[in-house]
Write a protein that binds this ligand. Sequence first.
Ligand SMILES: Cc1cc2nc3c(=O)[nH]c(=O)nc-3n(C[C@H](O)[C@H](O)[C@H](O)COP(=O)(O)O)c2cc1C
Length: 159
Amino acid sequence: MDAKVRRKALRLLSNGVYVLTSRCENRYGAATVTWVSQASFKPPLIMAAVRRESNVFKCLSESRAAVLHIVGEQQQEIARRFFSPTEAGGGTINGEPFAEGRTAAPVLASLPAHVECRVERIVQTDGDHEVVILRVVEAECPEQVRPLTIAESPWEYGG
Ligand SMILES: Cc1cc2nc3c(=O)[nH]c(=O)nc-3n(C[C@H](O)[C@H](O)[C@H](O)COP(=O)(O)O)c2cc1C
């Protein structure tokens, strides 16, 4: 297999741009992620591939709760903030204000829609990301939202 062709083909997978947050006692994790999909209607499950070494993975694997936020198409600057390791303080994560959700995981105020989830299962892949199966327990979608997609962003993640 030609590695360049493989990367090119895998980068054609259609994905959204999201911010995944979690909290474990007084530690926080928040990351922009794109490897996300719905995985079941009944019960409502989603799956996310999350880097094992990330703060958000460490938090959600301990607290068993996380929030997946949809990023609006005009919100690239907010997504960019969560490419960097998590820094929380003064009611903000990476400079973005948040409130506590039903599961105590952080809900970011500036993003237009989110689903709050319990961790149902973590599938160990033996790769560099683990597949996290999340059950949706709460959702907020108060306005018409046009979501940012990886294809319409300047970024690439995959290969
Ligand atoms: C465009 C883009 C997409 C990304 N998608 C993912 C992803 O799907 N899963 C993941 O674990 N990390 C992804 N990352 C990396 C995280 O955003 C990054 O590692 C983040 O700093 C993790 O923060 P934390 O360690 O504080 O949790 C992506 C990065 C970029 C630039």
